[in-house]
Design a protein around this ligand. Structure first.
Ligand SMILES: Nc1ncnc2c1ncn2[C@@H]1O[C@H](COP(=O)(O)OP(=O)(O)O)[C@@H](O)[C@H]1O
Ligand SMILES: O=C(O)[C@@H](O)C(=O)COP(=O)(O)O
Length: 416
């Protein structure tokens, strides 16, 4: 294994695996830190953690454990993947995890680049944009777990790291890899170890990738991983074949716990032509709706049935005020995990999940240990094979076109 990746959630990890696979690397996504060694032909390994919204000390401990395993597989470079919308709180977990990884790897020029132009995320003057609006006006200010109220990534990161935060401006990035390397060195010499790097387009990410050759630690969204496989390919060290894919026959169902704007639009469109079941948080928490009831409904319904708790920010706020933010999230995540177990036990072969935490709960609930990377459904969302009879797709809340659910079901069946 050449490139070792640590993802702070499951959708984000599959997004990264998708990018690396499209660039020709043989990639496997692992759920948590594997106990056994990786297969010999794996070129990039992505250890998916569910560490984005847990206590910072736990996120650090799990990330270091993942790092140990990746280093034991021979990895030469480590990539810490977090969300392209920099999902975190002033306490963490991006800063504390990056600090710990940098310490262990003795990394002194640590790039922070959440940009993902393919899905509209760009960084200019240290500020993160989603499309043409600042992060803090993009809807992410209402995120149920990590409300992003400050678009200045340098300032947001500074709350979280013990190190000084530096910056490489777009003006430097546009000058290419050599200029970026020089700027990173200048920041390092000025004592700034954590360095936010601007990026507006994929071409910038390729240059940043080239400048990152040989750096022990890179952090960011999947975008900045775009330029990394080329560093290994240049030395003839990757086979360049990516992974093979075979779809799956059978019924497809969708589960959505994401409350993002993009997902709510997808839910609204899907409902127009497919059966849909709204999961009311209070019913789940109060025990008035059981996972068995939801699973039975999904298995009996025609088309691509959807069960969703996705709700508008005011509804989410009300639920959180009444039951608590963590308690309501946990109740819904446990519910979706149990629904998915019942679906698979009932013979469902294709499952779509929307939402990072929700997808993590389902993957853990189903005890899926390794995921093979298949074709891309929409930017950042690949089809995944989870076992001989099960294919899945884990959609980040913010990703996907309005017709995502229908499209995803078709891709999961491709070639079957
Ligand atoms: N109706 C709801 N009320 C309160 N919390 C909700 C509701 N629906 C989902 N949630 C919780 O909100 C969180 C959404 O996060 P996630 O699944 O990561 O989606 P995203 O990818 O959009 O961030 C989850 O913890 C989920 O359980
Ligand atoms: O980088 C991204 O935007 C995604 O890969 C990601 O991390 C998704 O997180 P969720 O929005 O919580 O699914």
């Amino acid at each position: 294994m050449l490139l070792g990746c640590i993802g702070d959630d499951f959708t984000g990890s599959s997004d990264l695996a998708n990018t690396l696979s499209k660039q020709g690397m043989r990639v496997v996504q692992y759920t948590g830190v594997p106990e056994a060694p990786a297969a010999r032909d794996v070129e990039a390994g992505v250890v998916a953690l569910k560490s984005r919204s847990i206590a910072p000390a736990d996120a650090v401990a799990q990330s270091l454990q993942a790092l140990d395993w990746l280093l034991a597989q021979g990895c030469e470079q480590i990539f810490f993947k977090y969300c392209s919308t920099f999902d975190s709180t002033p306490e963490g977990n991006i800063g504390p995890v990056a600090d710990a990884l940098a310490e262990r790897l003795d990394a002194h020029k640590v790039i922070f680049c959440p940009a993902f132009p393919g899905t509209g995320r760009s960084i200019y003057q240290g500020h993160l944009f989603v499309g043409d609006v600042l992060l803090s006006e993009s809807g992410m200010q209402n995120h149920p777990l990590t409300p992003m109220t400050d678009p200045d990534i340098r300032r947001w990161l500074a709350h979280q790291t013990v190190h000084a935060v530096g910056h490489v401006s777009a003006a430097r990035v546009l000058q290419g890899a050599e200029a970026i390397s020089a700027a990173l060195t200048a920041e390092h010499e000025a004592g700034r170890r954590m360095i936010v790097v601007d990026a507006l387009q994929d071409a910038d990410l390729m240059e940043i990738g080239a400048a990152a050759a040989g750096l022990p630690l890179i952090t960011g969204g999947s975008g900045v991983a775009l330029g990394l496989p080329r560093n290994f390919a240049r030395d003839g060290r990757i086979a360049g074949t990516g992974s093979a894919w075979q779809g799956q026959a059978g019924k497809c169902v969708a589960l959505s716990g994401s409350c993002s704007r993009a997902t709510r639009d997808q839910v609204a469109l899907h409902k127009k032509s497919h059966p849909a079941f709204e999961i009311i948080a209070a019913d789940v928490i109060g025990g008035d709706l059981t996972a068995e009831q939801a699973a039975c409904w999904l298995m009996d319904a025609d088309g691509i049935p959807l069960a969703y708790s996705s709700a508008d920010p005011e509804v989410v706020k009300e639920v959180q005020e009444k039951y608590g933010r963590e308690a309501s999230a946990k109740a819904l995540e446990d519910f979706f995990a149990e629904v998915s177990r019942r679906l698979v036990a009932g013979g469902i072969t294709k499952i779509l999940t929307a939402g990072g935490e929700t997808s993590g709960a389902v993957v853990e609930g189903l005890d899926l240990t390794t995921l093979e990377i298949g074709p891309e459904i929409d930017p950042g969302v690949p089809a995944l094979r989870a076992g001989p009879d099960l294919v899945i797709a884990l959609k980040s809340g913010n990703f996907g076109a309005p017709d995502y659910f229908g499209k995803a079901a078709a891709v999961l069946g491709q070639g079957a």
